[in-house]
Design a protein around this ligand. Structure first.
Ligand code: NAD
Length: 290
């Protein structure tokens, strides 16, 4: 990589805490190197209290773009000049561009965009569909709102009675007010309604993280009758590669059952395009990283 870096190299940053475990620096640097583009991507430990200074740093240094991760995805909006419609509705930004390096910062959210592309690549476009989603945390909100903007017809949102419930209600309200999609919001504890909504849906999306450590032995669906041969099951978790839900869906004959690897890859690809205007070589990156 050092051979690529010279006085003309543009910097892309990643501002989050903790961040050292992230795959994003490898993903973007390998893609820049593959396409021989004059960019380098670096991760910086930045907390909420350091974020304003870090954003000033982006402007002062002419850093060309940045990914933003937790805990900064919501807070960063206060410091930007412009925010895309999707990011504004989601209330979170994961990608910032510094237009021509001149200090005008625009925020986007590519998490939901990545999820929609992952569905399309699996042959499951969401336009006109009835879909059920469990989980209205960070990932669930991005997927729900982007899906509604991309043309889901009916979206049934479920959340358990916890600190994310209010956000589930808010997400449903935003969707009904700002998009053509019709959203309902219901409690996950109401299992009869949950099963009925899935029965009405062509796709079930699990955005709860259930199935991932420390909840690897759990699945929100345990009744074989819920799984149908015309139901697509998408779990946003990608480690483990096959959650208990995905195994259950596969064994009980779901039409398709796939994990969040595509979402992860394509959110990165959408950010990459915003940073440098080029398509990420996704097949190359997929082979390299996963
Ligand atoms: P979060 O904490 O913001 O939200 C978690 C959601 O899951 C909440 O709605 C919560 O109510 C629900 N939940 C948690 N435990 C539950 C349980 N036992 N039963 C029912 N509901 C439960 O988390 P997040 O940032 O939205 O992340 C959720 C998952 O999505 C994580 O596993 C994360 O790794 C994954 N994720 C994947 C990608 C990707 O690109 N594939 C991107 C972001 C997040």
């Amino acid at each position: 990589m050092t051979e690529r870096i010279d006085g003309h190299t543009y910097l892309i940053s990643l501002l989050a805490y903790p961040i050292r475990h992230s795959l994003s620096p490898t993903m973007h640097n390998e893609a820049f190197a593959k396409l021989n583009l004059p960019y380098a991507y670096m991760a910086f430990d930045v907390t909420n209290s350091e974020l304003e200074d870090a954003v000033q740093g982006i402007r002062a240094l002419g850093i060309r773009g940045s990914n933003i991760s937790m805990p900064n995805k919501g807070k960063i909006i206060d410091y930007l000049d412009e925010v895309s419609e999707g990011a504004r509705l989601i209330g979170a930004v994961n990608t910032v561009t510094n237009v021509d390096g001149k200090g005008h910062l625009v925020g986007y959210n590519t998490d939901g965009i990545g999820a929609m592309r992952a569905l399309r690549e699996e042959g499951v476009p969401v336009e006109g569909q009835t879909i059920t989603i469990a989980g209205a945390g960070g990932a669930g909100t991005a997927v729900a709102i982007q899906g509604a903007l991309d043309g889901i017809k009916n979206l049934h949102i479920f959340n358990q009675d916890d600190e994310h419930w209010e956000n589930a209600l808010l997400t449903g309200e935003k969707i009904n007010k700002n998009t053509k999609c019709h959203a309902t919001v219901e409690r996950l504890e109401d299992q009869e309604t949950f099963k009925r909504r899935i029965a009405e849906s062509s796709v079930y999306i699990d955005a709860t993280g259930v199935g991932m450590h420390p909840q690897e032995n759990l699945s929100l669906i345990n009744d074989p009758e819920v799984i149908r041969e015309d139901l697509v099951v998408f779990d946003v978790v990608y480690a483990p590669a096959e959650t208990k839900l995905l195994k259950f869906a596969r064994e009980n004959g779901a039409k398709k059952a796939f994990n969040g690897l595509g979402m992860m890859l394509y959110q990165g690809a959408a950010a990459f395009k915003l940073f440098c205007g080029e398509e990420m070589p996704v097949d190359y990156i997929k082979d390299l990283l996963f």
